[in-house]
Design a protein around this ligand. Structure first.
Ligand code: C5P
Length: 234
């Protein structure tokens, strides 16, 4: 029996026999608006596990360091152990309704260069937006490291835009997380899936992402299946 280290909203994290490796087990639970809206979609865990694996394998070819090692089965993947930095990095290539609600910026405004935002990863506080100085107060990240994370985030954005374009999707925005590995290096961690990205079909302009659940505009499993099928056809 593997030791359960942590259970989050979308994944369980297990310690493996190897000290510096973990297993991420993707759950079928969907949450939105910081857990206020909840549902279960049988098969969602499989989609996010397999789609995330495709994304990270592509990032390897782009020379981006990350935690992913391999998929083990439909719902589980092996990753290098990192201590997650309690900070969500959001990149916006285009504005969505959420930025309109927060700052009154019109939906579909293009950001070039992309807008990069830091949020404090804290459910009780509702993941508030923070600035660089808050990052230094709330995490162990140094100024140089934050700079590195910012530059790497822009590289990841470019790589992800190319990746999703291969399957006719426009990357509107996404959230990533970084973690510190056993050597003290900060590397891209967590998942990259339609749960964590806004993706628009370049032809139909339909959203193929968790917004269909957040906004009740479509069937989550159907749209995640479309993404996986397109990736498997590449
Ligand atoms: O809601 P908001 O517009 O701030 O989300 C920006 C991007 O970050 C979206 O792609 C969303 O799916 C993702 N996100 C996430 N987890 C969060 C907050 C946002 O994956 N806790």
């Amino acid at each position: 029996m593997l030791e359960l280290l942590y259970e989050g909203k979308a994944k369980k994290v297990y310690q493996t026999e190897k000290e510096d490796e973990l297993i991420l087990s993707y759950k079928d639970d969907a949450t939105a608006f910081n857990g206020k809206k909840k549902a279960q979609f049988v098969g969602k865990g499989r989609f996010n596990n397999l789609i995330t694996a495709h994304v990270f394998r592509y990032l390897t070819t782009e020379g981006i360091p990350h935690h992913f090692i391999e998929t083990l089965n439909d719902t589980d993947q092996r990753v290098y152990k990192t201590t997650i930095i309690p900070m969500e990095v959001v990149v916006r290539n285009r504005s969505s309704y959420s930025l309109n609600n927060r700052l009154g910026i019109k939906e579909d405004t293009i950001f070039s260069p992309p807008l990069v935002e830091w949020f404090y990863k804290n459910d009780t506080l509702n993941d508030p937006l923070i600035n660089d100085q808050h990052v230094f107060l709330l995490t162990d990240v140094t100024k140089e490291e934050l700079n590195q994370m910012y530059n790497q985030t822009l590289q990841i954005n470019d790589a992800l835009k190319r990746f999703f374009h291969q399957i006719d999707l426009d990357l509107i925005d996404f959230k990533i997380e970084f973690g510190r590995n056993s050597r003290g290096e900060i590397i891209l961690s967590d998942e990259i899936s339609p749960d964590t990205c806004r993706l628009e079909d370049i032809h139909t302009k339909h959203h193929l992402d968790k917004d269909v659940f957040r906004q009740g505009t479509g069937n989550l499993l159907d749209v995640y299946q479309i993404i996986l099928s397109r990736l498997e056809e590449l």
